[in-house]
Design a protein around this ligand. Structure first.
Ligand SMILES: [Zn+2]
Length: 401
């Protein structure tokens, strides 16, 4: 680590900030406003105004700020403030108290992704005093972990701004490797309604569990077809689009023909392969194959699909300016990576036209786990990167910026 690009003061500040960020329980189901207040005050101390974009109830908020000139696009640094629950077994220290051991910092969100946010906040004084020619924009979002929900309100506002970021970096944990692609996801709940009857007279009813099972089996056939016939992208760990049923609920007693069954399924698709065709086939199987026989007995029978969550895949060209720019700052000549997990980067790109890559400290293997941690060395690398970003944007405009 080059000490000139990572002064120990900034590392000390990062650790102190991370300690405070982890101490805010920002599990997605609760408010993130304490953390947002904290970040807003931190920015204000360095003369930076920020914009809040709240949820409908005012209990959660995104924060958006620009450091440097406001009349031109710049580089967006984005991260979600919420974390997944930490109630599960396996924690050896309290999850919302940062614990430093053997070069690692343990705590919920340390890797995903408060470590990145702490680095960015620690660099705010350096960004603010750099006389940036090209601005740095910060976006802190909420409800990412439940389907990239919160950021959409920010994107609605961003889309109307006269000046938008020219490129974006979402600091999800990639061990500071540049990622330019990830899969998209769509998740749905299916509710099958038949007709109840005594189980001694099955023909008098319409068995919702049995019909749901047929639809689940059909989804399984589609999954198998994708596994065998692709399309394939070998750069993904699972190199094809997947379909998966994760939850089934139905029936009340063995001696009752069940009238209701619901199940949840998801499609995780290659970014170039829209899930619409698969959804249409599933819907058609329900409409054309299942419902007609169900309605012979029970005209009120139905199969309804309710969207639960979705986000687009990310697909930024490996030669794109955003990819090259970040790779140059990292001095990383490897081809950009593709990751299995979803991020907000695809939404920034698809909804606001901001080419966005994923690059941040820590390893996704530690995310969503008990004893989540980030290596101090990863935070140092991130600070080094942000220092070079400041130097690059202070010295000159990025091309056309
Ligand atoms: Zn995350």
């Amino acid at each position: 680590m080059d000490p000139t690009t990572t002064p120990s003061r900034e590392l000390d500040d990062t650790l102190a900030l991370l300690r405070q960020l982890v101490a805010f329980d920002t599990t997605s189901r609760v408010s993130n406003l304490d953390l947002i207040d904290f970040a807003e005050a931190h920015l204000a101390r360095h003369g930076i105004a920020s914009l809040r974009v709240s949820d409908a109830g005012g209990t959660k908020a995104n924060l958006y700020a620009t450091i440097g000139p406001t009349d031109r696009g710049g580089v967006l640094l984005a991260g979600h403030t919420d974390v997944v629950p930490a109630e599960g077994p396996g924690w050896t220290t309290p999850p919302f108290t940062l614990d430093a051991r053997h070069g690692r910092l343990y705590g919920r969100g340390s890797a995903d992704m408060k470590g990145f946010i702490a680095c960015v906040l620690a660099m705010v004084p350096a960004f603010a005093s750099a006389g940036l020619h090209t601005p740095i924009h910060l976006a802190l979002t909420f409800d990412e972990e439940i389907g990239c929900v919160g950021v959409r309100r920010l994107l609605d506002v961003l889309a109307l701004m006269p000046v938008r970021p020219r490129m974006g970096i979402v600091g999800e944990p990639t061990s500071m490797r540049v990622v330019c692609e990830h899969k998209g996801k769509v998740a749905l709940r299916v509710r099958v309604r038949g007709r109840e009857a005594h189980s001694s007279r099955p023909p008098a009813g319409v068995n919702a569990v049995a019909h749901a099972a047929r639809l689940i089996a059909f989804i399984g056939e589609l999954a198998e077809d994708k596994r065998r016939h692709g399309p394939f992208d070998p750069l993904y760990e699972v190199p094809y689009t997947t379909l998966h049923v994760g939850v089934v609920r139905g029936g009340s007693a063995l001696n009752v023909v069940p009238a209701e069954c619901s199940f949840d399924f998801e499609i995780r698709h290659l970014p170039g392969e829209a899930p619409d065709a698969l959804l249409e086939r599933i819907g058609r199987y329900a409409d054309d194959t299942l419902l007609p026989t169900m309605r012979e007995v029970a005209p009120e029978a139905s199969i309804d699909f309710t969207p639960l969550a979705s986000y687009p895949g990310l697909q930024v060209d490996a030669e794109a300016e955003a990819v090259r720019f970040v790779q140059d700052l990292l001095d990383d000549r490897r081809p950009p990576g593709k990751i299995a997990f979803g991020t907000e980067a695809g939404l920034f790109h698809a909804r606001c036209g901001v080419p966005t890559v994923v690059c941040g400290p820590g390893d996704i293997a530690q995310a969503h786990q008990p004893d989540e941690f980030v290596d101090v060395e990863q935070l140092q690398r991130c600070l080094g990167f942000l220092g070079r970003l400041r130097d690059a944007l202070g010295a000159s405009r990025i091309a056309g910026g």
